[in-house]
Ligand binder design. Structure first.
Ligand code: HEC
Length: 118
């Protein structure tokens, strides 16, 4: 390899590294955006299906347990555990009626309620 070839090879390698990290960042952003929109969908579902009993924002003011004070995540620490409970038992007025996407979105929203805004 002469010097020009070496420089070209180096420049090409640097370009590939640059493109690779750009693609990784883009993928992370897409995943993050997807999660935020799923949380938003969960917020709407919660307002429509859960807030009558659990209160708006899950504060327990409707008579059913507070879902925003951290306790529910101690009881159901994983998304899987919380999702299984919700899918099988909630809404208490119509258990077993939520589909998997709705359940996932509600889990993300309840987890967000307990963590506070990002
Ligand atoms: C008709 C009233 C009612 C509705 C509607 C309702 N819930 Fe509940 N929920 C309850 C009651 C009562 C409990 C406590 C008894 C129990 O755990 O079964 C409860 C418990 C829970 C718990 C467990 C809380 C804990 O600390 O153990 C979660 C999580 C939950 N509900 C989520 C939801 C979600 C999500 C929805 C909407 C899809 C929903 N609930 C709709 C009445 C309701």
């Amino acid at each position: 390899m002469n010097i020009t070839q070496k420089i070209t090879a180096l420049a090409f390698a640097a370009l590939m590294v640059g493109i690779g990290s750009y693609m990784l960042t883009t993928r992370d952003l897409v995943i993050k955006a997807q999660q935020v929109s799923q949380e938003q969908a969960g917020r709407v579902l919660f307002a429509n299906l859960c807030a009558t009993c659990h209160g708006p924002g899950g504060d327990g003011s409707g008579g059913a347990p507070n879902l925003s004070d951290g306790r529910v995540l101690q009881k159901y620490p994983t998304s899987q555990a919380l999702g299984t409970f919700i899918q099988q038992r909630m809404p208490a007025s119509a258990p077993g009626t939520l589909n998997p996407d709705e359940t996932r979105d509600l889990v993300l929203y309840i987890q967000r309620l307990n963590r506070g805004p990002s």
